[in-house]
Write a protein that binds this ligand. Sequence first.
Ligand code: PGA
Length: 226
Amino acid sequence: TVADLKGVKQGLLRLAVVTTAKYVVPRLLGPFCQRYPGIEVSLQVTNHEILMERFSQNQDDLYILSQVPDNLDMKVQPFLENPLVVLAPRNHHLANEKNISLEAIANEPFIMREPGSGTRQAVQKMFEKEGLGLKVKLELGSNEAIKQAIAGGLGISVLSSHTLALEGGTSQLTILDVQNFPIERHWYVVYPSGKQLSVVARTFFEYLVSEGKQVLDETSVLKVTV
Ligand code: PGA
């Protein structure tokens, strides 16, 4: 468009992100939208499987996910860490233990994300690799619902540390010190290989990759330390 040619960045940016990214992407959008007031944003938050459906139907400009499928032709760029941690209620009997074994975790009642979740995939892969099964007591399709269930004493879970973003010092949840954890992962911003990005999408892509980490550090109320 003429606006693109003149370098005036305006138009709609269509983003689709996995559920853990909703704790971060809106905060990254703040400074971005201030810098480019002509850009409007549509942000879809879904689990991994639905995100991949949107990807295959070319519904959005850019996608943010943590489990990169190896069977799809996509441009992939990591931009932030997204570690998975073991969460328990503050008063849990393992809360003050160090170097807890995976076996001990496998023996605890576990709250699991729904099928189609990338978090679930990563958790299952890690325990299967060690030949361990989890005692899944409850399946929930939402990180927030899982946090409430943990606080309510229904069990422990493994979630992105970013889900603790606004918990603060009075959180009822604690991160357990478990062998093999945190599971180190990243968020990747991806798009189909053959796709020509709009100026707006290209601008956000470059912003995420070059400034994402710094902007997040500057805008964080609380540092999530793992
Ligand atoms: P999910 O993905 O929302 O599908 O669990 C989140 C992630 O992989 O970080």
